[in-house]
Ligand binder design. Sequence first.
Ligand code: F6R
Ligand code: MG
Ligand code: MG
Length: 370
Amino acid sequence: MKTTISLIKADVGGYPGHATVHPALIETAEAVLTAAKNTGIIKDFHVMGAGDDLELIMGHDKGVDSEEIHGLAWKAFENSTKKAKDLRLYGAGQDMLSDAFSGNVRGMGPGIAEIEFMERKAEPLVAFMMDKTEPGAFNLPIYRIFADPFNTAGLVIDPNCHDGFRFEIWDILEHKRVFMNAPEELYDMLALIGAKSRYVIKRVFPKEGHKLPADEPVAVVSTEKLFQIAGEYVGKDDPVALVRAQSGLPALGEVLEPFAFPHLVSGWMRGSHNGPLMPVSFRHASCTRFDGPPRVVAAGFQINNGCLVGPVDMFDDPAYDMTRMKAQNIAEYMRRHGPFEPHRLPMEDMEYTTLPKVLKKLEDRFEKVE
Ligand code: F6R
Ligand code: MG
Ligand code: MG
Protein backbone atom coordinates (compact mmCIF):
# COMPACT_ATOMS: atom_id res chain seq x y z
CA MET A 1 0.00 0.00 0.00
CA LYS A 2 1.33 3.41 -0.93
CA THR A 3 1.47 6.30 1.51
CA THR A 4 0.65 9.90 0.67
CA ILE A 5 2.03 12.83 2.60
CA SER A 6 0.15 16.10 2.04
CA LEU A 7 1.52 19.41 3.27
CA ILE A 8 -1.14 22.08 2.71
CA LYS A 9 -0.87 25.67 3.93
CA ALA A 10 -2.78 28.91 3.97
CA ASP A 11 -2.57 32.30 5.63
CA VAL A 12 -5.99 32.56 7.24
CA GLY A 13 -5.07 35.45 9.53
CA GLY A 14 -2.00 36.78 11.27
CA TYR A 15 -1.28 38.19 14.71
CA PRO A 16 -0.19 40.82 15.17
CA GLY A 17 -0.24 41.98 11.55
CA HIS A 18 1.45 39.37 9.35
CA ALA A 19 3.91 38.20 12.05
CA THR A 20 2.71 34.82 13.29
CA VAL A 21 -0.18 32.32 13.69
CA HIS A 22 -2.41 32.63 16.78
CA PRO A 23 -2.44 29.41 18.89
CA ALA A 24 -6.26 29.31 18.66
CA LEU A 25 -6.01 28.77 14.88
CA ILE A 26 -3.66 25.84 15.42
CA GLU A 27 -6.09 24.37 17.98
CA THR A 28 -9.04 24.86 15.62
CA ALA A 29 -7.28 23.09 12.76
CA GLU A 30 -6.15 20.34 15.14
CA ALA A 31 -9.76 19.71 16.18
CA VAL A 32 -10.82 19.19 12.54
CA LEU A 33 -7.90 16.86 11.80
CA THR A 34 -8.29 14.93 15.07
CA ALA A 35 -11.89 14.12 14.10
CA ALA A 36 -10.67 12.97 10.66
CA LYS A 37 -7.97 10.82 12.24
CA ASN A 38 -10.55 9.23 14.56
CA THR A 39 -12.76 8.27 11.64
CA GLY A 40 -9.76 6.93 9.70
CA ILE A 41 -9.75 9.45 6.82
CA ILE A 42 -6.14 10.28 7.65
CA LYS A 43 -3.63 8.20 9.55
CA ASP A 44 -1.81 11.04 11.27
CA PHE A 45 -1.22 14.79 11.16
CA HIS A 46 0.62 17.76 12.65
CA VAL A 47 -0.48 21.37 12.60
CA MET A 48 2.29 23.96 12.63
CA GLY A 49 2.82 27.67 12.13
CA ALA A 50 5.52 29.30 10.00
CA GLY A 51 5.33 33.09 10.12
CA ASP A 52 1.67 33.93 9.45
CA ASP A 53 1.01 30.64 7.63
CA LEU A 54 -1.04 27.78 9.06
CA GLU A 55 0.57 24.51 7.97
CA LEU A 56 -1.16 21.11 7.91
CA ILE A 57 0.84 17.96 7.30
CA MET A 58 -1.17 14.75 6.91
CA GLY A 59 -0.31 11.10 6.32
CA HIS A 60 -2.94 8.98 4.50
CA ASP A 61 -3.52 6.47 1.70
CA LYS A 62 -5.85 8.48 -0.53
CA GLY A 63 -3.24 9.57 -3.12
CA VAL A 64 -2.42 13.08 -4.34
CA ASP A 65 -5.21 15.51 -5.26
CA SER A 66 -7.74 13.53 -3.22
CA GLU A 67 -11.06 15.34 -2.90
CA GLU A 68 -11.51 13.96 0.61
CA ILE A 69 -8.11 15.18 1.83
CA HIS A 70 -8.29 18.57 0.12
CA GLY A 71 -11.84 18.98 1.44
CA LEU A 72 -10.56 18.23 4.92
CA ALA A 73 -7.80 20.84 4.64
CA TRP A 74 -10.34 23.34 3.32
CA LYS A 75 -12.60 22.62 6.30
CA ALA A 76 -9.68 23.14 8.71
CA PHE A 77 -8.86 26.48 7.02
CA GLU A 78 -12.53 27.51 6.98
CA ASN A 79 -12.98 26.85 10.69
CA SER A 80 -9.68 28.60 11.45
CA THR A 81 -10.83 31.56 9.34
CA LYS A 82 -14.01 31.77 11.44
CA LYS A 83 -11.85 31.78 14.57
CA ALA A 84 -9.56 34.42 13.05
CA LYS A 85 -12.60 36.58 12.32
CA ASP A 86 -13.90 36.15 15.89
CA LEU A 87 -10.52 37.27 17.23
CA ARG A 88 -10.33 40.01 14.57
CA LEU A 89 -6.91 38.76 13.54
CA TYR A 90 -5.17 40.51 10.68
CA GLY A 91 -6.12 39.52 7.12
CA ALA A 92 -8.57 36.85 8.32
CA GLY A 93 -9.23 34.42 5.47
CA GLN A 94 -6.55 36.06 3.31
CA ASP A 95 -5.75 32.95 1.27
CA MET A 96 -9.33 31.64 1.04
CA LEU A 97 -9.98 32.95 -2.42
CA SER A 98 -13.19 31.01 -2.99
CA ASP A 99 -16.38 30.75 -0.94
CA ALA A 100 -17.07 27.11 -1.71
CA PHE A 101 -14.90 24.00 -2.00
CA SER A 102 -15.10 22.44 -5.46
CA GLY A 103 -13.20 19.17 -5.14
CA ASN A 104 -9.57 20.35 -5.01
CA VAL A 105 -7.83 23.20 -3.16
CA ARG A 106 -5.55 23.79 -6.17
CA GLY A 107 -6.26 27.26 -7.46
CA MET A 108 -8.37 28.17 -4.41
CA GLY A 109 -5.59 29.93 -2.49
CA PRO A 110 -3.78 27.36 -0.31
CA GLY A 111 -0.31 26.03 -1.27
CA ILE A 112 0.18 22.27 -1.62
CA ALA A 113 3.12 19.85 -1.63
CA GLU A 114 2.04 16.20 -1.89
CA ILE A 115 3.97 12.99 -2.51
CA GLU A 116 2.69 9.44 -2.93
CA PHE A 117 5.25 6.67 -2.55
CA MET A 118 5.88 3.13 -1.41
CA GLU A 119 7.43 3.43 2.05
CA ARG A 120 10.94 2.04 2.38
CA LYS A 121 12.02 0.02 5.43
CA ALA A 122 12.71 3.37 7.08
CA GLU A 123 11.48 6.56 5.49
CA PRO A 124 12.99 9.91 6.59
CA LEU A 125 11.22 13.02 5.28
CA VAL A 126 11.71 16.75 5.85
CA ALA A 127 8.88 19.29 5.52
CA PHE A 128 10.20 22.78 4.73
CA MET A 129 8.00 25.83 5.22
CA MET A 130 8.96 29.36 4.17
CA ASP A 131 7.35 32.72 4.96
CA LYS A 132 7.68 36.09 3.17
CA THR A 133 8.96 34.62 -0.07
CA GLU A 134 7.94 32.77 -3.24
CA PRO A 135 8.20 29.19 -4.63
CA GLY A 136 11.38 30.06 -6.60
CA ALA A 137 13.14 30.43 -3.23
CA PHE A 138 13.36 26.62 -3.24
CA ASN A 139 15.20 26.48 -6.60
CA LEU A 140 18.67 27.02 -5.19
CA PRO A 141 18.43 24.62 -2.22
CA ILE A 142 16.66 21.85 -4.21
CA TYR A 143 19.24 22.21 -6.97
CA ARG A 144 22.05 21.94 -4.44
CA ILE A 145 20.51 18.91 -2.73
CA PHE A 146 19.93 16.86 -5.89
CA ALA A 147 22.49 18.21 -8.37
CA ASP A 148 25.44 19.93 -6.68
CA PRO A 149 28.35 17.65 -5.73
CA PHE A 150 29.82 20.41 -3.56
CA ASN A 151 26.69 20.13 -1.39
CA THR A 152 25.81 16.45 -1.74
CA ALA A 153 28.80 14.19 -1.35
CA GLY A 154 26.55 11.24 -2.26
CA LEU A 155 26.39 12.41 -5.88
CA VAL A 156 30.10 11.64 -6.06
CA ILE A 157 30.62 8.75 -3.67
CA ASP A 158 27.30 6.87 -3.29
CA PRO A 159 26.77 4.46 -6.23
CA ASN A 160 22.99 4.84 -5.73
CA CYS A 161 23.08 8.63 -6.19
CA HIS A 162 25.86 8.80 -8.74
CA ASP A 163 23.63 8.79 -11.85
CA GLY A 164 21.88 11.96 -10.70
CA PHE A 165 18.20 12.89 -10.68
CA ARG A 166 15.42 14.05 -12.97
CA PHE A 167 13.88 17.51 -12.46
CA GLU A 168 10.36 18.67 -13.35
CA ILE A 169 10.53 22.43 -13.97
CA TRP A 170 7.48 24.66 -14.37
CA ASP A 171 7.15 27.90 -16.23
CA ILE A 172 4.65 29.43 -13.82
CA LEU A 173 3.79 32.30 -16.12
CA GLU A 174 2.96 30.26 -19.21
CA HIS A 175 1.74 27.20 -17.27
CA LYS A 176 4.13 24.80 -19.08
CA ARG A 177 6.58 22.22 -17.74
CA VAL A 178 9.76 20.47 -18.88
CA PHE A 179 11.61 17.40 -17.51
CA MET A 180 15.41 17.74 -17.39
CA ASN A 181 18.20 15.41 -16.33
CA ALA A 182 21.06 16.26 -13.98
CA PRO A 183 23.99 16.17 -14.40
CA GLU A 184 23.66 15.84 -18.22
CA GLU A 185 21.68 19.06 -18.69
CA LEU A 186 22.95 21.08 -15.74
CA TYR A 187 23.85 24.24 -17.62
CA ASP A 188 20.54 24.36 -19.51
CA MET A 189 18.70 23.68 -16.28
CA LEU A 190 20.51 26.50 -14.48
CA ALA A 191 19.67 28.88 -17.33
CA LEU A 192 16.01 28.31 -16.42
CA ILE A 193 15.96 27.92 -12.64
CA GLY A 194 18.32 30.83 -12.03
CA ALA A 195 15.36 32.95 -13.22
CA LYS A 196 13.53 31.90 -10.10
CA SER A 197 10.48 34.16 -10.32
CA ARG A 198 9.41 32.41 -13.51
CA TYR A 199 10.91 28.88 -13.65
CA VAL A 200 10.43 26.81 -10.53
CA ILE A 201 11.41 23.28 -9.63
CA LYS A 202 8.15 21.42 -9.00
CA ARG A 203 9.37 17.86 -8.43
CA VAL A 204 12.49 15.71 -8.41
CA PHE A 205 12.43 12.02 -9.43
CA PRO A 206 14.92 9.14 -9.33
CA LYS A 207 16.15 8.16 -12.79
CA GLU A 208 15.40 4.82 -14.48
CA GLY A 209 17.73 2.23 -12.92
CA HIS A 210 17.66 3.81 -9.43
CA LYS A 211 16.58 1.43 -6.67
CA LEU A 212 13.47 3.60 -6.12
CA PRO A 213 10.67 3.75 -8.74
CA ALA A 214 11.28 6.44 -11.37
CA ASP A 215 7.67 7.70 -11.14
CA GLU A 216 7.64 8.35 -7.36
CA PRO A 217 8.88 11.86 -6.56
CA VAL A 218 11.60 12.29 -3.96
CA ALA A 219 10.92 16.01 -3.56
CA VAL A 220 8.00 18.31 -4.30
CA VAL A 221 7.50 22.07 -3.97
CA SER A 222 4.24 24.08 -3.83
CA THR A 223 4.00 26.35 -6.85
CA GLU A 224 0.65 28.06 -6.48
CA LYS A 225 0.86 31.69 -7.49
CA LEU A 226 -1.77 33.53 -5.56
CA PHE A 227 -1.74 36.69 -7.58
CA GLN A 228 -2.15 34.71 -10.79
CA ILE A 229 -4.95 32.66 -9.34
CA ALA A 230 -6.91 35.65 -8.19
CA GLY A 231 -5.96 37.95 -11.03
CA GLU A 232 -4.89 40.52 -8.49
CA TYR A 233 -2.56 40.63 -5.51
CA VAL A 234 -4.21 39.09 -2.45
CA GLY A 235 -1.23 37.84 -0.47
CA LYS A 236 2.02 36.09 -1.21
CA ASP A 237 2.50 32.48 -2.14
CA ASP A 238 4.77 31.52 0.74
CA PRO A 239 5.99 28.08 -0.37
CA VAL A 240 6.36 24.64 1.24
CA ALA A 241 8.26 21.53 0.17
CA LEU A 242 8.65 17.86 1.08
CA VAL A 243 12.00 16.13 0.64
CA ARG A 244 12.71 12.42 1.23
CA ALA A 245 16.20 11.46 2.41
CA GLN A 246 18.78 8.69 2.87
CA SER A 247 19.45 5.27 1.44
CA GLY A 248 20.07 6.08 -2.23
CA LEU A 249 18.83 9.66 -1.80
CA PRO A 250 20.74 12.63 -0.38
CA ALA A 251 21.43 12.11 3.34
CA LEU A 252 19.49 14.15 5.90
CA GLY A 253 22.50 16.41 6.41
CA GLU A 254 22.84 16.91 2.64
CA VAL A 255 19.15 17.89 2.52
CA LEU A 256 19.68 20.51 5.26
CA GLU A 257 23.10 21.75 4.13
CA PRO A 258 22.01 24.29 1.43
CA PHE A 259 20.14 26.26 4.11
CA ALA A 260 23.47 27.07 5.77
CA PHE A 261 23.77 29.71 3.04
CA PRO A 262 21.18 32.50 3.54
CA HIS A 263 20.59 33.19 -0.15
CA LEU A 264 18.67 36.23 -1.35
CA VAL A 265 15.00 35.66 -2.05
CA SER A 266 12.09 37.88 -3.10
CA GLY A 267 9.04 38.61 -0.99
CA TRP A 268 10.18 40.58 2.03
CA MET A 269 8.03 43.58 3.09
CA ARG A 270 4.93 44.00 0.95
CA GLY A 271 6.11 41.14 -1.27
CA SER A 272 8.33 43.73 -2.93
CA HIS A 273 11.84 43.37 -1.52
CA ASN A 274 14.82 41.04 -1.68
CA GLY A 275 16.32 39.73 1.54
CA PRO A 276 18.25 36.77 2.96
CA LEU A 277 16.43 33.52 3.77
CA MET A 278 17.07 32.83 7.47
CA PRO A 279 16.71 29.24 8.76
CA VAL A 280 15.04 29.30 12.21
CA SER A 281 13.43 27.06 14.82
CA PHE A 282 9.64 27.04 15.12
CA ARG A 283 9.79 29.24 18.18
CA HIS A 284 11.66 31.85 16.15
CA ALA A 285 9.36 31.66 13.14
CA SER A 286 7.60 35.02 13.75
CA CYS A 287 8.45 37.65 11.18
CA THR A 288 9.39 40.91 12.89
CA ARG A 289 12.09 43.06 11.35
CA PHE A 290 10.62 44.89 8.34
CA ASP A 291 8.03 42.05 8.37
CA GLY A 292 10.83 39.52 8.01
CA PRO A 293 13.50 38.74 7.13
CA PRO A 294 12.15 35.81 5.05
CA ARG A 295 12.33 32.61 7.07
CA VAL A 296 12.46 28.87 6.58
CA VAL A 297 11.59 26.25 9.19
CA ALA A 298 12.06 22.50 8.80
CA ALA A 299 10.19 19.63 10.48
CA GLY A 300 11.86 16.22 10.28
CA PHE A 301 9.85 12.98 10.45
CA GLN A 302 10.21 9.23 10.06
CA ILE A 303 7.16 7.96 8.21
CA ASN A 304 5.68 4.79 9.70
CA ASN A 305 2.75 3.36 7.72
CA GLY A 306 1.42 6.83 7.05
CA CYS A 307 2.06 8.00 10.63
CA LEU A 308 4.37 10.93 11.23
CA VAL A 309 6.98 10.07 13.83
CA GLY A 310 8.20 13.50 14.91
CA PRO A 311 8.52 16.35 14.28
CA VAL A 312 12.11 17.28 15.02
CA ASP A 313 12.66 21.04 14.76
CA MET A 314 15.64 20.75 12.39
CA PHE A 315 16.98 24.32 12.51
CA ASP A 316 16.77 24.50 16.32
CA ASP A 317 20.49 23.89 16.29
CA PRO A 318 23.56 26.03 17.04
CA ALA A 319 25.04 24.62 13.81
CA TYR A 320 22.87 27.26 12.06
CA ASP A 321 23.86 30.18 14.35
CA MET A 322 26.51 31.43 11.94
CA THR A 323 24.00 31.33 9.09
CA ARG A 324 21.55 33.33 11.16
CA MET A 325 24.25 35.86 12.00
CA LYS A 326 25.23 36.14 8.36
CA ALA A 327 21.54 36.52 7.42
CA GLN A 328 21.27 39.41 9.86
CA ASN A 329 24.36 41.09 8.44
CA ILE A 330 22.90 40.73 4.95
CA ALA A 331 19.51 41.98 6.17
CA GLU A 332 21.21 45.06 7.62
CA TYR A 333 23.15 45.67 4.40
CA MET A 334 20.06 45.27 2.22
CA ARG A 335 17.90 47.48 4.46
CA ARG A 336 20.33 50.37 4.08
CA HIS A 337 19.30 50.55 0.40
CA GLY A 338 15.83 51.67 1.50
CA PRO A 339 13.64 52.08 -1.60
CA PHE A 340 16.47 51.38 -4.05
CA GLU A 341 16.95 48.22 -6.12
CA PRO A 342 18.20 45.55 -5.65
CA HIS A 343 16.60 45.66 -2.16
CA ARG A 344 13.35 46.80 -3.74
CA LEU A 345 12.31 44.38 -6.50
CA PRO A 346 12.40 45.41 -10.16
CA MET A 347 9.19 47.19 -11.16
CA GLU A 348 7.52 44.23 -12.83
CA ASP A 349 7.97 41.95 -9.78
CA MET A 350 6.61 44.26 -7.10
CA GLU A 351 3.32 43.31 -5.53
CA TYR A 352 2.63 46.84 -4.30
CA THR A 353 3.31 49.83 -6.50
CA THR A 354 2.38 53.48 -6.72
CA LEU A 355 4.26 53.86 -9.99
CA PRO A 356 1.28 54.08 -12.40
CA LYS A 357 -0.21 56.89 -10.25
CA VAL A 358 3.10 58.73 -10.03
CA LEU A 359 3.60 58.45 -13.80
CA LYS A 360 0.05 59.65 -14.43
CA LYS A 361 0.64 62.67 -12.19
CA LEU A 362 3.83 63.54 -14.08
CA GLU A 363 2.38 62.81 -17.52
CA ASP A 364 2.28 66.47 -18.58
CA ARG A 365 5.66 67.30 -17.10
CA PHE A 366 7.72 64.67 -18.91
CA GLU A 367 9.52 66.30 -21.85
CA LYS A 368 11.16 64.65 -24.80
CA VAL A 369 14.96 64.60 -24.61
CA GLU A 370 16.74 64.55 -27.98
C1 F6R B 1 2.53 39.83 4.31
C2 F6R B 1 3.71 40.68 4.15
C3 F6R B 1 3.71 42.02 4.72
C4 F6R B 1 2.63 42.92 4.16
C5 F6R B 1 2.73 44.31 4.80
C6 F6R B 1 1.61 45.23 4.37
O1 F6R B 1 2.82 38.47 4.23
O2 F6R B 1 4.66 40.29 3.58
O3 F6R B 1 4.97 42.60 4.54
O4 F6R B 1 2.72 42.99 2.77
O5 F6R B 1 2.67 44.19 6.19
O6 F6R B 1 0.41 44.63 4.66
P1 F6R B 1 -1.00 45.36 4.49
O7 F6R B 1 -1.09 45.87 3.08
O8 F6R B 1 -1.97 44.26 4.80
O9 F6R B 1 -1.04 46.48 5.49
MG1 MG C 1 -0.57 37.48 6.22
MG1 MG D 1 2.88 34.27 5.01
